[in-house]
Design a protein around this ligand. Sequence first.
Ligand SMILES: [Zn+2]
Length: 417
Amino acid sequence: MPRPSDAAEIMQRLGELAACTETRGEITRLFLTPAHAQAISLVCGWMQQAGLSTRLDASGTLVGILPGPSQDAPVLLIGSHIDTVRNAGRYDGCLGIITAITLAARARTLSLPYAIEIRAFGDEEGVRFPVTLTGAHATAGNFNQTWLAARDHNDITLATALANFGLNPQALAENTCAAHRAFAYLEIHIEQGPVLEAANIPLGVVTAISGAARFEVTVTGRAGHAGTVPMSQRQDALAAAAAMILAIRDIARARPNVVATVGRLTVAPDATNVIPGTCQFTIDLRAPEDALRHQAEHAITAALHAVAHADNVALALRQTHEAAAVTCDPRLQTILAAAIEKSGLPIRHLPSGAGHDAMAIASLCPVGMLFVRCAGGISHHPDESVMESDVEAALHVMTQTLQSLTPTDFAPGNPPA
Ligand SMILES: [Zn+2]
């Protein structure tokens, strides 16, 4: 039988990796579980087949190394994650790692002026512990010691889980996971959204990973009898909340790249014949630029107060989360775009609304991301799907990118033009 094409081999390996799961019949691979260990050993074997030396760092990140021309050669990091959400698809995270292995195998013949380190992170989805991106933060030298005390739903701490996995949590304190001499980080990832598919474009250059803010809103009116209180005298917390939610939607709609979601709503007393007295809901607000997000946030705050005033209800707004946007390095964007153009494909720049390991690496070195179109924009779901021809295109573009990268262009003191 002839050897399968590189892209076909990647698709086949993704299928094999999908079999590393905690739950039969679905893909569920949480951080530091036996399924994660199984995935590490499978991926480790493929890395070694590609001629890479391998090790597992203290944060549970599998590292595959292709040496550079000298001991102290600069290092290109290529990463993504091999953990999944519960009942996941097979491409989110894994596509980036499996493709990187094939790329590293190709790179052996390219005599590049740098080393390549593939970093297969194990904790991107943050499903098991109430902390996330711990592996990527460790690679960046930013592991926070307090994370070791985080507990999963069985009350096992991260420190214990790492130790049970054969790792030494103490090494995290000594920062031994940090990547040295990294001049840039690249990540290949499925888009997880419908933009590329709608535009009929296989690949996209990521401009930024959106920053996010979350709020909890409490609207307090007055509960009352649904039959006896005239409409003019009501303080209906739910009706006011409904007007607020539509205002939030309209504010986001009016601003390109801003997305706002009200995903949870509770009503009290929650009875058919009682006017709602209080209503609580959440807001998740994201934008690729922090200024844009702050602007939307101000507009939302003003609109909510206006509704509260008009509807005679009290309003309390509490911020529960904030993460700054991360801009993808303009030089890496240019190199990726040029490689796409050289492949004869249309160039599309787009922000990422979802978080990625790249966010945590951005404090270490410039980061760049290549998105691969996925069917229906579906992710975190077994129906996740990617075309082999798009994987072929991603391989082609990334091979070109590896050849275009010049580490000295990224030296400190040589900022983006
Ligand atoms: Zn992912």
